[in-house]
Design a binder for this molecule. Structure first.
Ligand SMILES: Cc1cc2nc3c(=O)[nH]c(=O)nc-3n(C[C@H](O)[C@H](O)[C@H](O)COP(=O)(O)OP(=O)(O)OC[C@H]3O[C@@H](n4cnc5c(N)ncnc54)[C@H](O)[C@@H]3O)c2cc1C
Length: 396
């Protein structure tokens, strides 16, 4: 950054850093509520529109978008009501059903983000600055907060009342908080997932399958595609996993030689870990989504926690800006962290169960048998099934 460069100065009530699912949802809720906000994003729009990650909006998230009157415009895709917990290839379908709750929805993160961009920019005239660099957060006592950044047109500074850091795990927002303010809690599972997007639909229920040869999952990603997840070593690279090996392992782990190879569009590795940074606020900076917490993808809760954070934050910011009532901002971090820890517990349950019930070389045959017993309880005990279904739908 060239500090002698002239900087233009504007103002907004809220500056949101990061146009992922958290930042764009928050900007949409605030813009709809008449709260002035600007989103600052380092990537271009095309990049954000094609980034594919999560696939399910839990029932709580569907309720939330309905409450804000946005569900019809943002959510698309069939209901997500079944999971086939298949041990060594033996199908055992679990139905997610709690009386009085609507089902979760298959809606890829990419589709939700595309719909948010359309509603926010094209319908509401929202303000997203793409391809920004050198984002600097000013959040000191006695000074008006601001966010400055560079783009094609030069250097800009936006003064504001509140800053929201929704720039993911490696963004600048959390990094701007002085050492010693946050406590970081983390847990490493010791293995990774190879995620592959393939040109083959899920037939029947989404599959989560522990096997003696390691975990494999197959989850829908639109009508024609699915995402396979394969447990692998933390040190594995794309060279270790040519397409032929991927299909061989899928057939082996699902115990099904009839599975046909299909085109592989994307391969990447996800180390499985859980992280919480607390509190989720420092002065006028509020952290939301992956900037504040990471859950392993076996739980399918990362995007859903991000939605909970920004739902809570939007209500609190509207109360503060429109009504001068900052009470909900003061409780934002505690409200979100209560859910974060509950979902971390669920993610730990899912991740341990899916992997321990499989390859015994990881944690031994004792934990393999207890994990298989735990899975069997989902089908044998209505009480165990009810709790599992409540987590899958999203705690009320
Ligand atoms: C393989 C995989 C599968 C997953 N599956 C699921 C699932 O099934 N269900 C589920 O709920 N979740 C899932 N998740 C998690 C989910 O994708 C994340 O939790 C979600 O993306 C978090 O949203 P976010 O907006 O907080 O962060 P992000 O989506 O990461 O968005 C952050 C944004 O900030 C921008 N940014 C970063 N740094 C800067 C900067 N310095 N300046 C400006 N902008 C910046 C980034 O470009 C990005 O656009 C999965 C994740 C992975 C990796």
């Amino acid at each position: 950054m060239n500090h002698s460069q002239k900087q233009d100065q504007t103002a907004s009530r809220v500056v949101i850093i990061g146009a992922g699912v958290a930042g764009l949802t928050l900007a949409t809720l605030l813009t709809q509520s008449g709260v002035d906000c600007v989103v600052v994003e380092r990537r271009d729009r095309a990049y954000i529109e094609q980034r594919n990650r999560a696939g399910v909006v839990e029932a709580r998230g569907v309720d939330m978008f309905e409450r804000w009157g946005l569900a019809e415009r943002l959510l698309a895709g069939p209901v997500a009501q079944t999971i086939d917990y298949r041990v060594n290839g033996v199908p055992e379908v679990f139905t997610i059903d709690v009386e009085g709750r609507q089902p979760s929805r298959f809606c890829t993160q990419q589709m939700l983000v595309n719909n948010l961009l359309h509603v926010l920019l094209d319908e509401m005239g929202g303000d997203v600055r793409f391809e920004t660099t050198d984002v600097v957060v000013r959040n000191e006592d006695g000074q008006r907060p601001s966010v400055s950044f560079s783009d094609d047109e030069g250097r800009h500074e936006i003064e504001c009342d509140y800053i929201v850091g929704s720039d993911g795990d490696r963004g600048v927002s959390r990094a701007s908080i002085p050492d010693g303010v946050l406590t970081t809690y983390h847990y490493e599972f010791g293995y990774a997932w190879l995620a592959v997007l393939v040109e083959a639909p899920v037939v029947g229920a989404a599959i989560m399958a522990p096997s003696d040869h390691g975990f494999v999952g197959q989850l829908p990603r639109g009508p024609q595609r699915s995402r396979y997840y394969l447990q692998c070593e933390l040190s594995d690279t794309a060279e270790d996993w040519p397409d032929e090996r991927i299909w061989k392992e899928i057939r082996l782990r699902l115990n099904d030689d009839s599975i046909q190879a299909a085109e592989v569009h994307e391969k990447f590795f996800v180390p499985l870990r859980s992280v919480v940074h607390a509190p989720m606020r420092h002065r006028n900076l509020f952290l939301a989504g992956d900037a504040a917490h990471l859950v392993p993808p076996a739980s399918a809760k990362g995007m859903n926690l991000a939605l909970f954070d920004v739902d809570t934050l939007a209500l609190a910011l509207v109360a503060a800006v429109r009504d001068g009532d900052a009470e909900a901002l003061d409780t934002y971090s505690d409200t979100c962290l209560e859910r974060v820890w509950n979902y971390q517990d669920f993610a730990l349950w899912m991740t341990d169960t899916m992997h321990n019930a499989g390859d015994p070389t990881q944690h031994g045959t004792f934990l393999q048998m207890t994990a298989r017993a735990r899975l069997a309880q989902l089908h044998a005990s209505p009480t165990a099934a009810r709790l599992h279904a409540e987590y899958q739908l999203g705690l009320n």
